[in-house]
Ligand binder design. Structure first.
Ligand code: FAD
Ligand code: UDP
Length: 386
C-alpha cells in the first residue's frame, strides 16, 4: 500500500514525490507513461554524445530565491543568460525588441529616448488591452507587430494574436535600451549536468518507487494507494466529460550536423509565416558542451499530438473552470502542474505550485517547507562529477 500515487514524473510530480518522501516519510509511487523521468524538461545525450532537450529548449530562470535554493539541493548550476535573435526581412535582430532591433530593421541610429518617441509615434493605443494583438500594437504599433509577432503567433498557436489572451505576447517585453537578454530574472542558470540528472537526484530515495511506460488508466485499478496526485491533462482525467480542452502541440525535428557551430545565437526565431517552423535551437549554447559536431532542433507547431501548451483564451478558461470545479470536488485527488491546472506556466512556477501543494497536503506552510534544513541529498561528488 502506497501513501501516494503520483501521476507524471515532470517538475510537478517529482517535486511532490521528493518532498513527501524525504520530508514527511511517505511511501510514494511515481508513474509516467513516457519511458523517462523529467517530463518535458527531459534531456539526454544523443547518438553523437551531445546533450539535447528532447522536447525543445528549456532554460531555467526565476525571481524566486526559494525555488532556486530548493533546486540547488539537487544540482550544481552553469550560469547562463539566454539570447534569441529573429530572422526578419533577411536581417538578424534581437528579441525582445530593443534599441538595436529597431535601428537594424529601419536603418536608424536612434538612442533610447528617441526610441521611446519613435514607439509613441507608431503605437496604436488600445484600451482595454485584452488580446495578444492589443499588447504589442499598443506599445510598438502595427508594423513591428506584423514583422515580429503576428506570423510567429499564428504559426505557434494556430490562432491570430487577436484571438489569444494578452498574457501570451506579454511574456515578451519591449525595451528601449540595448539589453538583449531574453530574460531579466535574478536567477538564470542551467543544471550543470542536465535536467535529467537533477531529476534523478530528486527521486533517489528509498521511499520513492518509479514506474515508467505506465499510463495511469492502465494501473489505477491495480495499485493500492491512499491518495492521488495527478499532473496529466485534467480533461483526460474526467474522461472529457465537458469536451476536450485545447492544447497546442509541437513536432520536434532533431538534427546533428558535422560542423561545430550552426547559427549565431542559442535560438533563432522565424516569425515569417511562410517558414513552417517557429524556431531553431542549437543546444551547445545552452549546455556549454564542447564537441566537434552540433545538434539543433526545429519546432513545427501542430494541432494534434502530445499536449504541450494550454491555449490561453477566454472560452478555454471557461471550459477549464468546469473541470476545475470537478477537480475541487475530489478531496482524494490533488491536481498540479501545467496540464492539470491548465496554466501556461514556466518550470519555476510549477516548482512553486508543487511546493505550495505539498505544504497544503502536509498541513504546513510553504515558507516552513523551504526553511527546513534540507537533508543533504547530494554529497557533492554525486552531482559534481561529469
Ligand atoms: P510535464 O513536464 O508535462 O509532466 C507531466 C508528465 O505527466 C509527463 O511526463 C507525461 O508523460 C505524464 N503523464 C500525463 N498523463 C499521464 C498519464 N495518464 N499516465 C502517466 N503519466 C502521464 N519552462 C521554462 O521555465 N523555461 C523554458 O525555457 C521552457 N521551455 C519550454 C519549451 C517547450 C517546447 C515546452 C513545451 C515547454 C517549455 N517550458 C519552459 C515549460 C515547462 O516544460 C513546464 O513548465 C514544465 O515542464 C511543466 O512541468 P509539469 O510537471 O507540470 O508537466
Ligand atoms: N512571440 C512572437 N515572436 C517571437 C517570440 C515570441 O510572436 O519572436 C510570441 C508568440 O506568441 C509566443 C509568445 O510570444 O508563443 C511567448 O513566447 P515565448 O518565447 O515565451 O514562448 P515559449 O518559449 O513558451 O514557447
Amino acid at each position: 500500500m502506497f501513501d501516494f500515487l503520483i501521476v507524471g514524473a515532470g517538475f510537478a510530480g517529482s517535486v511532490i514525490a521528493e518532498q513527501l518522501a524525504r520530508n514527511f516519510g511517505k511511501k510514494v509511487l511515481i508513474i509516467d507513461k513516457r519511458p523517462h523521468i523529467g517530463g518535458n524538461a527531459y534531456d539526454h545525450y544523443n547518438e553523437d554524445g551531445i546533450l539535447v532537450h528532447r522536447y525543445g529548449p528549456h532554460i531555467f530562470h526565476t525571481n524566486s530565491r526559494d525555488v532556486f535554493d530548493y533546486l540547488t539541493r539537487f544540482t550544481a548550476w552553469r550560469p547562463y543568460e539566454h539570447r534569441v535573435i529573429a530572422n526578419v526581412d533577411n536581417k538578424q535582430v534581437p528579441v525582445p525588441i530593443n534599441l538595436d532591433t529597431v535601428n537594424k530593421l529601419y536603418g536608424l541610429t536612434l538612442d533610447s529616448s528617441q526610441l521611446e518617441d519613435f514607439f509613441a509615434s507608431l503605437a496604436e493605443k488600445r484600451d482595454p488591452i485584452r488580446t495578444s494583438e492589443d499588447v504589442v500594437v499598443n506599445r510598438v504599433g502595427r508594423e513591428l507587430y506584423e514583422k515580429m509577432f503576428r506570423g510567429y503567433t499564428r504559426k505557434q498557436w494556430g490562432l491570430d494574436p487577436s484571438e489569444l489572451d494578452s498574457s501570451v505576447t506579454a511574456r515578451i517585453p519591449v525595451r528601449t535600451n540595448r539589453d538583449d537578454r531574453y530574460f531579466t530574472d535574478t536567477y538564470q542558470a542551467m543544471p550543470k549536468h542536465g535536467y535529467t540528472r537533477m531529476f534523478e537526484n530528486m527521486l533517489d530515495h528509498k521511499n520513492i518507487k518509479i514506474m515508467l511506460n505506465t499510463d495511469y488508466r492502465e494501473v489505477c485499478e491495480i495499485i493500492k494507494y491512499k491518495a492521488l496526485v495527478f499532473s496529466g491533462p485534467v480533461d483526460e482525467f474526467f474522461d472529457y466529460r465537458y469536451g476536450k480542452l485545447p492544447y497546442r502541440s509541437l513536432e520536434f525535428k532533431h538534427e546533428t550536423l558535422d560542423q561545430s557551430v550552426f547559427q549565431d545565437a542559442p535560438v533563432v526565431n522565424y516569425p515569417n509565416e511562410r517558414v513552417p517552423y517557429t524556431r531553431i535551437t542549437e543546444f551547445k549554447y545552452l549546455t556549454g558542451q564542447d564537441h566537434r559536431k552540433t545538434s539543433i532542433v526545429y519546432e513545427f507547431p501542430r494541432a494534434e499530438g502530445d499536449p504541450y501548451y494550454p491555449v490561453p483564451r477566454p472560452e478555454n478558461n471557461t471550459l477549464y473552470k468546469k473541470y476545475q470545479a470537478l477537480a475541487e470536488a475530489r478531496s482524494d485527488v490533488h491536481f498540479v502542474g501545467r496540464l492539470a491546472t491548465y496554466k501556461y506556466y514556466n518550470m519555476d512556477q510549477i516548482v512553486a505550485q508543487a511546493l505550495t501543494m505539498v505544504a497544503k497536503i502536509a498541513g504546513t506552510s510553504k515558507s516552513e517547507l523551504t526553511r527546513r534544513a534540507p537533508v543533504p541529498v547530494l554529497n557533492g561528488a554525486a552531482v559534481l562529477t561529469a
